[in-house]
Write a protein that binds this ligand. Structure first.
Ligand SMILES: [Zn+2]
Ligand SMILES: [Zn+2]
Length: 275
């Protein structure tokens, strides 16, 4: 029986012989049902029509995005460390070419997810890489659409997963919305120590100008957050050194001075929503 995938949001569900009646994620006010109604695909159908673009973004960081664009259209990130690799967020398509490319980069030791919208087919990916643990914040537990023993619910404000990679709960968009701090990311040029990078999904959403970020309860339905939630996000990331932000899409990158970008973005945002 297939694990059906919602074509609007990419959420994957437990095995059923026919498509589920509802998509939990799309029926939530942060998402929407597509204009042609609720539609589904399967992993094998997706393999017929799509492929993954896999490309190095900076040393030890590989992007994986599905083409043509599928569902929310994110690209996942594979962070390569001497202690093993972490897949940050996920895509739906996992085909032979992708397996080969990821194995050539030493596979996946752990999977972590910013929030349910970018989780895609992460259980398939875990199973393909030795049931790699999936770190999912417990405050987002009710949004798991495909339960699996590999999912490890973590609690609290931060969790170091491996080799200095730390999950930081920011909340906001979802109560358990998370970012991943990668201290050796954003290397100095010429080759030197990392200035640090944050992998944010849409917990902090990189704006089109790549100089600001934004913070929303719903991006497609344009529902803002309140000032307290925005301040909380800024405070959550403040203790971590970072100069660069990788958002959830290929072009969502604040290349440098990202910590100042977060501060000035929050100030601008709070000004805009204040009476
Ligand atoms: Zn959906
Ligand atoms: Zn989202």
């Amino acid at each position: 029986m297939p694990n059906y995938i919602c074509i609007t949001c990419g959420a994957q569900y437990g095995e059923t012989d026919s498509p589920p009646a509802h998509c939990l994620i799309c029926e939530d006010e942060r998402q929407y049902i597509g204009k042609n109604g609720q539609q589904w695909t399967t992993p094998s159908e997706l393999q017929e029509t799509h492929h993954n673009r896999i490309a190095e973004i900076e040393p030890h960081l590989t992007g994986i995005g599905t083409e043509p664009t599928f569902a929310i259209g994110q690209r996942a990130l594979l962070v390569q460390t001497p202690a093993g690799n972490v897949l940050w967020d996920c895509v739906n398509l996992l085909d032979d070419a992708t397996l080969e490319a990821v194995r050539a980069r030493e596979g996946i030791a752990a999977i972590a997810v910013s929030h349910p919208h970018l989780a895609a087919s992460l259980v398939d990916w875990s199973h393909a890489f030795g049931n790699a643990p999936i770190y999912w914040h417990a405050d987002n537990r009710e949004w798991v659409t495909r339960p699996d023993p590999a999912i490890q619910f973590w609690t609290g404000e931060s969790l170091q997963i491996l080799d200095g990679l730390t999950l930081v709960r920011c909340g906001g968009h979802f109560p358990g919305s998370t970012v991943l701090h990668w201290p050796t990311g954003a290397p100095k040029v010429p080759e030197g120590e990392g200035r640090g990078a944050l992998l944010t999904g849409d917990t902090l959403q990189v704006a089109q100008d790549r100089r600001y970020v934004s913070f929303m309860f719903s991006y497609p339905n344009m529902i803002p957050l309140n000032a307290r939630a925005v301040e909380h996000i800024v405070q959550a990331v403040e203790p971590f050194p970072f100069d660069r932000i990788y958002g959830g899409w290929w072009d969502s990158i604040v290349a440098s001075d990202a910590k100042s970008a977060v501060r000035r973005s929050a100030e601008r945002y709070i000004r805009a929503i204040s009476p």
